[in-house]
Design a protein around this ligand. Structure first.
Ligand code: SF4
Length: 410
């Protein structure tokens, strides 16, 4: 298990993180407008001495993450099975990390709670199925340099750090996140930048990790400004779960910084409608107001979000936050994730059920990442059910069949 001081030690390497004095979140005001959740009860019970200023300080949130048996036991009544799973974790396995903010969204007594399943280790993590892989997408085989993955010719995945505020138990990169191998190291970054500069076919750079928004503003700016000097890099994208698990990180200064490097897109990682809090609304609002297009990616997870009500609430709620639900991912076959797996058939049924129920903007593409580096493959419910002469037979969202005239015009 990583020591509790892991982030604090690294914080010094991540830059000064100087505030511009306007970083104090006004989430409590938003809370009044959007409806308070039970964060107040949690704070009163676990952090009665901590005032709003500290609670809304993202660095305080990181320093006070729950990272081990002792920490988790403070806020959750752990089941025997959870205790056994936390105790069994050892060596380089995926760390545990839950911010106080995110823990406040999770009721203390239910081991089957949807958010808790994604964050607290379970014994099934140790059951490795024959089809599972530590690197299911074959990223290492497509990695020309440490921290860079070049699968498609026109884009690269730039792993800027391996830190995350929280560690999702289904993470595709569980082999490396939190392991300290991809520290925000200028030497590695310069190598990667040189590679991108030399490969003029690269038009799109996706910063990921780990979570790049965990970097201090000055580090992030260093990287973004260098990328922007490369003429053929047209688009920068950043993948982040922080607006869901550490929305305090989205300070006005961060939003301004990101907004200055347009065209820059954010791929946010939301899993469940309970993550759509006044705090996450404030974070997304700041980013949207800074002119940053916001897309979301959701992993379909058994026992977490694999029912139509949950997905509909999540996707519709994201639109309200000005976030376009972009991808619904079938869970990658990463080692120890079989308890999160749903069948593709079930996923197709769920997606089918959303048509006609939600505005089209709220419906994401359902994607499978082809194992071994085959790239993303869209899968979609088949609404073309046959042909009768010149008519195509189409099934609508209610399962009713309609004819569409489609004569052969060739
Ligand atoms: S935030 Fe992303 S990279 Fe980090 S553990 Fe979760 S899924 Fe993995």
């Amino acid at each position: 298990m990583k020591p509790q001081t892991e982030f604090m030690e690294d914080e010094s390497r991540l830059g000064s993180g100087k505030s511009d004095g306007s970083d104090k979140s006004d989430a409590s005001d938003m809370s009044d407008k959007l409806g308070a959740h039970d964060i107040a009860t949690f704070r009163k019970k676990h952090f009665p001495e901590v005032g709003d200023e500290l609670w809304n300080d993202w660095r305080w949130q990181l320093r006070n993450r729950f990272r081990d048996m002792e920490g988790l036991s403070r806020v959750f009544r752990l089941s025997q099975a959870e205790r056994a799973a936390v105790a069994r974790r050892a060596g380089p396995s995926l760390p545990v990390g839950i911010t106080p903010y995110y823990a406040s969204l999770i009721p203390p007594n239910d081991p089957d709670d949807q958010l808790r399943r994604t964050m607290v280790p379970r014994l099934q993590e140790f059951d490795i199925q024959p089809w599972e892989r530590t690197d299911p997408l074959g990223e290492e085989a497509h990695s020309p340099l440490p921290g860079l993955v070049h699968t498609y010719p026109h884009k690269v995945l730039f792993l800027a750090t391996d830190f995350c505020a929280t560690y999702c138990r289904y993470c595709t990169r569980s082999r490396m996140v939190g392991a300290g191998e991809f520290l925000p190291d200028k030497h590695l970054w310069e190598q990667a930048l040189r590679y991108i500069r030399e490969h003029t076919e690269i038009r799109d750079v996706l910063l990921s990790g780990g979570d790049p928004l965990i970097l201090a503003d000055d580090r992030l700016e260093w990287l973004l400004s260098r990328l922007r000097t490369i003429p053929h890099v047209e688009i920068i994208r950043i993948g982040s779960k922080l607006p869901a698990v550490l929305p305090q990180r989205v300070t006005p200064a961060l939003a301004r910084l990101l907004g200055a490097y347009a065209p820059l897109w954010l791929s946010l990682h939301f899993t469940h409608p309970r993550e759509l809090t006044p705090e996450s609304a404030l974070a997304c609002g700041r980013l949207a107001d800074a002119g940053i297009p916001l897309m979301s990616q959701t992993v379909l997870l058994a026992g977490v979000n694999d029912d139509s009500e949950t997905l509909a609430d999540l996707f519709q709620g994201l639109l309200r936050l000005r976030v376009k639900p972009y991808y619904l991912h079938q869970c990658d076959p990463v080692a120890g994730s079989s308890h999160f797996k749903t069948s593709v058939q079930h996923g197709l049924r769920l997606l089918s059920g959303l048509h006609g129920r939600l505005t089209g903007y709220a419906i994401p593409h359902y994607m499978i990442d082809a194992p071994g580096g085959g790239g993303k493959v869209p899968v979609s419910p088949n609404h073309v059910v046959g042909r009768d002469g010149n008519d195509l037979l189409l099934s609508n969202y209610r399962g009713e069949v309609y004819r569409y005239p489609d004569p052969d015009l060739t």
